[in-house]
Design a protein around this ligand. Structure first.
Ligand SMILES: [Zn+2]
Length: 262
């Protein structure tokens, strides 16, 4: 069992490393294929300098060639992805019999919810980082994710009416604010992210995610105002709070709802 956890952790690290690369190339409008290179000196990165977490530590956070700082984003995203992969696995507690070779299909179907949640976590990490760094929620990410989330959840037996209602609540909530503020408070990207959240979570978890996002956004916003790091007029990257809240609601949505209803 320990070996399995180790394997999932390594898988998470590798996918986290891929997400870093994906986010960077999404911003630079490049294809995801091709070897990694340093964003400063454009030097190709050798495989031994591209090992998740370990290379960052061995290189002490500097590029081997130009000695400039490698962003903390890289090891952090790798580590967080790996930890969340373990949390997803823990949530479903899949019993895997590795010796049962004939049961491969069973294994795949038994893990289908795990794989869905891993995928959702990856999508949400991309939204989180991208909005944090560039204050943008890309339709290039949310639009295909909306289709994938709806299709996967239907396939896994979730009720279509529930999903559509949750999508309507998520999207409608932001659409209302968009219309009231004439697009000053939030952008169109938030509306589509709201729809995506609904299709990923369903009802009532979407409600838990919205509450969480607002509470955490308010806490951080007030904190930044008090420490004078932000002006009242400046915009918080709300997609960052929404995606973090969606991940939290995926894992603890039911607990949050029972606490809310008390
Ligand atoms: Zn460099």
């Amino acid at each position: 069992m320990l070996f399995l956890y180790f394997f999932i952790f390594i898988l998470g690290l590798c996918l986290g490393s891929f997400l870093n690369c994906f986010i960077y190339r999404l911003h630079e409008r490049q294809t995801v294929l091709g070897r990694s290179y340093c964003p400063h000196c454009k030097h190709l990165i050798a495989w031994y300098d591209n090992i998740p977490l370990i290379s960052f530590m061995l290189l002490k956070g500097e590029c081997r060639h130009c000695k400039r700082q490698i962003s903390w984003q890289y090891p952090l995203v790798e580590l967080v992805t790996a930890v969340l992969f373990i949390v997803v696995w823990q949530k479903y507690q899949v019993n895997i019999d590795i010796t049962n070779v004939t049961g491969y299909w069973l294994l795949v179907t038994g893990c289908s919810k795990v794989i869905r949640d891993w995928l959702f976590v990856c999508i949400l990490i991309v939204v989180f980082i991208y909005d944090l760094r560039w204050q943008l929620i890309l339709d290039k990410v949310t639009a295909p994710a909306i289709i994938v989330a709806f299709g996967l959840n239907l396939w896994l037996g979730m009720n279509w009416l529930n999903l559509l209602a949750a999508a309507g609540i998520g999207g409608g909530f932001f659409l209302a604010q968009y219309l009231i503020s004439r697009g000053r408070w939030i952008g169109g990207g938030d509306i589509r992210l709201g729809v995506l959240m609904g299709l990923m979570l369903g009802w009532p978890q979407i409600f838990a995610a919205l509450i969480l996002a607002y509470v955490s956004g308010a806490v951080v916003g007030v904190g930044l105002l008090l420490t004078r790091k932000k002006q009242l007029s400046s915009r918080l990257p709300f997609g960052t709070f929404l995606s973090a809240a969606t991940i939290a609601a995926m894992f603890w949505g039911e607990e949050i709802m029972s606490w809310w209803e008390r």
